[in-house]
Design a protein around this ligand. Structure first.
Ligand SMILES: [Zn+2]
Length: 175
């Protein structure tokens, strides 16, 4: 079930998109990053690395693996925006994001705080790319597989990401 923190993040992402005047799908996620003060660069990263966020002396860089699928790159940028927006209190640091696990580069024994931060960044990414308010507009009837496919296309996310998102919002009955 949804926890209160996930709901708070959904409110934050919706407010942020409204404030930046970017609340519309597909969400201009690179525009969000830029308006948050980050420069987005596409680089040759190791295959298992999705990207990273580097905040150093007032300069913020989001690096994305240019070889990954466009939908995945969008999710990576959104995830790094989550670190940028939610974890600003941590100041200058590097967040490295690998495919299936995420690590804090300078500390291989990442703390439970860092693991929580990764979960929060993923929730932020889902909220940013698939805004709850916009998904609700499509909730006229029970969603079929084709509807999910169309929604994923419109949001430019993977079907898997959309399915998980709808499940977590309680908009999809579990099979
Ligand atoms: Zn991360």
């Amino acid at each position: 079930m949804r926890n209160r923190y996930a709901e708070t993040i959904d409110q934050q992402t919706t407010e942020l998109l409204r404030k930046l005047n970017l609340l519309g799908i597909p969400v201009d996620v690179e525009g969000v990053a830029q308006k948050l003060g980050a420069e987005v660069v596409y680089g040759d990263l190791e295959d298992d690395m999705s990207g990273f966020l580097l905040r150093e002396k007032g300069v913020v860089t989001i690096a994305v693996n240019k070889l990954h699928h466009p939908n995945r790159r969008r999710f990576t940028i959104a995830h790094e925006c989550g670190h940028l927006y939610l974890h600003a209190d941590q100041g200058d640091r590097l967040w490295v994001d690998k495919s299936y696990s995420t690590i804090f580069y300078r500390d291989s024994n990442s703390s439970s705080g860092d693991k929580l931060a990764e979960i929060q960044a993923n929730q932020f990414a889902a909220g940013l790319l698939m805004p709850e308010v916009l998904l609700k507009e499509h909730l006229t009837q029970e969603l079929s597989d084709v509807d999910i496919f169309r929604l994923a296309l419109r949001c430019q996310v993977s079907e898997q990401a959309m399915t998980l998102r709808l499940l977590s919002l309680g908009m999809l009955a579990t099979a």
